[in-house]
Design a protein around this ligand. Structure first.
Ligand SMILES: NC(=O)c1ccc[n+]([C@@H]2O[C@H](COP(=O)([O-])OP(=O)(O)OC[C@H]3O[C@@H](n4cnc5c(N)ncnc54)[C@H](O)[C@@H]3O)[C@@H](O)[C@H]2O)c1
Ligand SMILES: [Zn+2]
Ligand SMILES: [Zn+2]
Length: 396
């Protein structure tokens, strides 16, 4: 089959690889019909290079049709239409029973000290072959795949794999009071969807911050009060402008949907690039001990949120030596919640909103739909934010 493989920093290629097969009774194999490109893939494309191995198959946002199931997957059969969550979880361990499938004790990558295995996401998360491919082996298929009805287009459901539960969890963790205010930093797919979910779940005012014109426009069109980072002379000015809209206090909650590659962190950018350039044998251990994130968005969140408010991080961070202003965090009495989205925990709440009315606007959420062969171009376009790219779906 054809698959999108990682070959090196900013180097992905479509290659022929062996078709996946059932290996365990709890496996399924699906034929992929849509597969998303995510901001998380961009981290692999460039800064998480030390944790990648050439040939790794990328991708973690798939849906498709079940081809084959193992004997231990009673509820799925060939021909079923399914969306596959980005994390692999068993559904029956203590963590899964407590709605934390990202921490599944059956699939935890204990050798690396990490949580549940993820599709297509470095050796830290189990080196599981990813979903930007024609076929995917789905381990723990007795729990993961979400059956969806025939009829509506893939775009109606595909974001259940990641974007929707991630945005939903970001808003749930932000704990916005009914009618209260929330600022969303970053208006990529996750931040954009988090704004929509915040509106749906009763936030009174939603502020959005980014520095890409069409991303700001998309959010503004849906009633978000947007702030263009480029209009401000530094983070302080931005914070003051948003505070002015909240009686001088700052919003009740701030969602960081930017993560480790934030614009405006020059020193950390140099450190990330240096780590990515080290020879492979050195760069892994170096990154594990000394890595730092580009923290501009998180610093903004800490400054911006009102005293006693909540910061919800959905942007991915990976540093082990990040300097944080604990004095401010402590003194402002900030609550901080974060983590990979626990996909299955939120699916039953989200599904009733995926109707013909399309309140979340999922059916025209994608800006680009491309064949698998165009993946190298799609990665480059999405990273550089060219051609209005916000969400790219690959159609194998
Ligand atoms: N927690 C999870 O389960 C989960 C799931 C999916 C994605 N993510 C993470 O969420 C983050 C966003 O993902 P995405 O797909 O939307 O990616 P993206 O890269 O398209 O979005 C990031 C956006 O942040 C903007 N930005 C950069 N610096 C900024 C700053 N200082 N202030 C405000 N905005 C800034 C960029 O212009 C961009 O639009 C990534 O870190 C991704 O890894 C987490
Ligand atoms: Zn994703
Ligand atoms: Zn489990």
């Amino acid at each position: 089959m054809k698959a999108v493989t990682w070959q090196g920093k900013r180097d992905v290629r479509v290659e022929s690889v062996p078709d996946p097969k059932i290996q365990e009774p709890t496996d399924a194999v699906i034929r992929i019909t849509s597969s998303g490109l995510c901001g998380s893939d961009l981290h692999l494309y460039e800064v998480l290079t030390p944790f990648m191995t050439p040939g790794d198959i990328l991708g973690h946002e798939p849906m498709g049709i079940v081809e084959e199931v193992g004997a231990g997957v009673p509820d799925l059969k060939a021909g079923d239409r399914v969306v596959v969550p980005f994390q692999i979880a068993c559904g029956s361990c203590w963590m899964c029973e407590n709605s934390l499938p990202t921490q599944c004790e059956t699939t935890q990558v204990t050798g690396e000290g990490m949580g549940a295995a993820l599709f297509g996401y470095t050796r830290l998360y189990g080196s599981v072959p990813g979903a930007q491919a024609e076929y995917l082996r789905v381990p723990q298929a007795q729990f993961g795949p979400i059956k969806v009805p025939e009829g509506p287009p893939d775009d109606r459901f595909v974001y259940l794999s990641d974007v929707l539960p991630t945005a939903w969890q970001a808003v749930a963790y932000a704990d916005v009071p009914e009618g209260g205010s929330v600022a969303v930093l970053g208006l990529g797919p996750i931040g954009d969807m988090a704004c929509r979910v915040a509106q749906l779940r009763g936030a009174g005012t939603v502020f959005g911050v980014d520095l890409v014109t069409e991303r700001l426009r998309r959010a503004r069109q849906r009633g978000v009060e947007v702030f263009d980072l480029r209009d401000f002379d530094g983070e302080k000015e931005l914070v003051t402008a948003i505070r002015d809209r909240t009686a001088g206090r700052g919003p009740d909650a701030v969602i960081d949907a930017v993560g480790t590659e934030a614009h405006g962190s020059a020193a950390a950018r140099l450190a990330q690039n240096a780590a990515a350039l080290l020879p492979r044998k050195l760069s892994g251990p170096f990154a594990e001990r000394f890595s730092v994130d580009r923290l501009a968005a998180l610093y903004t969140a800490i400054d911006l949120v009102r005293r006693g408010g909540t910061i919800s991080l959905s942007g991915v961070y990976g540093g082990m030596a990040d300097p944080l202003p604990l004095l401010t965090l402590f003194d402002k009495q900030i609550q901080l919640r974060m983590g990979q989205a626990n996909v299955r925990r939120w699916v039953d709440e989200i599904l009733p909103h995926l109707t013909d009315e399309d309140v979340l606007g999922v059916e025209d959420f994608a800006t680009h739909r491309v064949p698998l062969d165009e993946a190298p171009h799609a990665y480059e376009m999405f990273q550089r934010k060219q051609d209005g790219a916000v969400k790219v779906l690959m159609k194998p």
